[in-house]
Design a binder for this molecule. Structure first.
Ligand SMILES: [Zn+2]
Length: 85
């Protein structure tokens, strides 16, 4: 799926996809969890996100999306995670 053609990313769905795929942290081998998905912005290289109505949805700016490892705390970027899905 090309990011450029995508209108918005559903963070909840994305987190579940990561969990379902069983993606592990490349550093400490811990399985990444849906709860580790987060974002910050505005970020010019980011994308529009939805899926967290409790966090002030809709986001007005483009966000940098990541999934944080629950063990070592590394924030894996959307770009890398997409490659592994
Ligand atoms: Zn880790």
């Amino acid at each position: 799926m090309a990011l450029a053609t995508e209108l918005s990313l559903d963070l909840r769905k994305f987190g579940l996809e990561i969990e379902k795929a069983g993606i592990c942290c490349r550093f400490c081998k811990t399985k990444l969890k849906a709860s580790g998905v987060g974002c910050w912005g505005p970020h010019p290289g980011g994308i529009r996100v939805i899926g967290y109505p409790d966090r002030g949805e809709p986001y007005e700016n483009h966000q940098w999306v990541y999934c944080k490892c629950s063990k070592c705390g590394y924030q894996w970027s959307l770009k890398k995670l997409r490659r592994w899905l």
